[in-house]
Design a protein around this ligand. Sequence first.
Ligand code: C2E
Ligand code: CA
Ligand code: CA
Length: 612
Amino acid sequence: MQHREEKLKTNWRVILRLLKTIIKKLDTAHKKLNKQYVDLKVRKEELKESETRYRLATECANDAIWDWDITNNKIQFAGRWYEMLGYMKGNKTEINSWAEVLHPDEEKSVKEAIFKHLESKNECYIMEHRLRKKNGEYIWVLNRGKAIWNDDEPVRMAGAMTDITQKKTAENKIYKMAYYDHLTSLPNRRCLMKEIEKFIIESNEQDKMAFLYIDIDDFKKINDSLNHSTGDSILVKISERLKKNARLTGEDRVFLSHTSGDEFVFVLRQIKSKEEIIECCNNILKIFNKPYKLRGHTIHISCSIGISVYPDDGKSFDALFRNADMSMYRAKRSGRNNYCFYNRDMKKEAVQNLEMESEIRTALLNNEFEVYLQPQIDCKTDEVLKSEALIRWNHPVKGLVPPGDFIHIAEKTGQIIELGMWTLRKACEINKEIQTKHGINMIVSVNLSAWELQQSGLNLKIKEILDETGLFPEFLELEITESLAMQDPELAIKTLIKIRKMGIKVALDDFGTGYSSLNYLKILPITNLKIDKELIDDIVNNITEKNIVDFIIKLAHELNLEVTVEGVEDSKQYALIKGMECDRIQGYYISKPLTEKAFLNYIKNNQNKKGA
Ligand code: C2E
Ligand code: CA
Ligand code: CA
């Protein structure tokens, strides 16, 4: 019995110890649980607080927030998303993804950038693109996002979009100002350069492109005679016609640019043949030629086009531009309202012209120029009382250079002004000397270039030369050419009237060549008509030629003009023309142009012959 009691006691002790351990463990577990419960509660509070903060942040944010669950392809929006796109807040059914409202031009690039980000696990996805609003307008957004990956699989991507429309509008405005002409809204030279450079980078061997440099003929005249605002309106009208032409040719093939004042460039891509370019040029010339009606004026305009072709005539923007420009000048020189293709000889010529320009400069400094005089015989008295001053260049290497080789270059470079005034002064000096030293009252006739006649104050310069040399104005005649008078008749007439008022004579040179217009004989304040050699070359054998010259002489006399016939080379011509009541004859038959000394001898001999 005692043994059983003992055993029971022992068991109770064991149970008690066990219970104690269990209670202790339960207590520890309870404490742990309690702590976890407190922790959880704290975390829940924190989470709640963080969620509120997030909600507040997204609600107040200026951005649209998006959250894309990639696993089930669902996207959620927050922040200003709906407001930004003009939708009612929470009206989620209308738009499920921003991909739906992407601008078509950027759809491809945006999607590509996102896939690239998902694939390459880039730091961040950033892009500027447009989104369509509910009303159809587009806004610009800066879209930033980042994905998270589970192993290698992207599972979620979220980001924010900022409305940058204002910034983009300002940027576009600046871009437009920098790359577009404000008057015609056409791309400017800078923009053209970018386009050509892009084409060159992207082109392959077979890609040919024509660069058509279009320059309006005599635009300065339009600007001067009407006013600048009419000039601007014409430029706008021209640009509209060119734009229409570009559309008809095919907008994907044409790039039209307004490079400066009265110059446009028409770039034609995917060229297959030269004929295609010619057709394009003819179309442009045609659209230019239709008269422009503006503020009560009907204005006729033409243009000259220079063409260079990529890659044959140039492989850079500068080369294409330079060579087309060179060709354009050639087109102008060959009569305007024309087009001209570039060829390599032009470059050679341009280099030669450049060399010539510097040589003329040196020649002026070194006194290499000389004035020759060609006698003109009076048909009634057989006296020589008039001569034409003709410039010669005693080149140290090339020898005697005729004016035909350098006058046109001097005209282009502007050196003609200095050269012309030098000749005028020299001719006046020689003539005065002949009068004072030898007692012969000669008239000297000096050629005046078109450029000189367009100089303001030309009459004052001439007066200065007459004053300085002491030659009386009645002993000076100036020769102008028809073509020059035609280019700007009103300006020419104004200057010539001033010259005539000074007592100086004016002759119309080279009559019968170029633009012959009998009408101008009436308008121009001239005193003398010089019939060109070309018109009398075949006069002995050709009765029509004889009748024409006869008619011109009679008409000139009707108009109170004297007539000089030039280029008489033989006795038959001389006899025939003399019989036509022409006033003076000039030509190799009388004498070639002579140096000052030889001319003086010629005159003395002529006088002796008469006296004998
Ligand atoms: P132009 O004014 O018609 O001058 C007449 C040209 O015909 C001169 O050539 C003269 O030498 C040439 N000539 C005269 N008689 C005959 C003839 O019987 N047969 C032939 N075959 N030719 C004859 P040049 O001196 O070579 O001058 C050529 C052109 O250069 C001139 O033509 C004129 O337009 C220009 N020129 C000459 N000197 C000056 C100048 O000082 N200033 C300007 N602006 N031009 C000048
Ligand atoms: Ca002449
Ligand atoms: Ca002449």
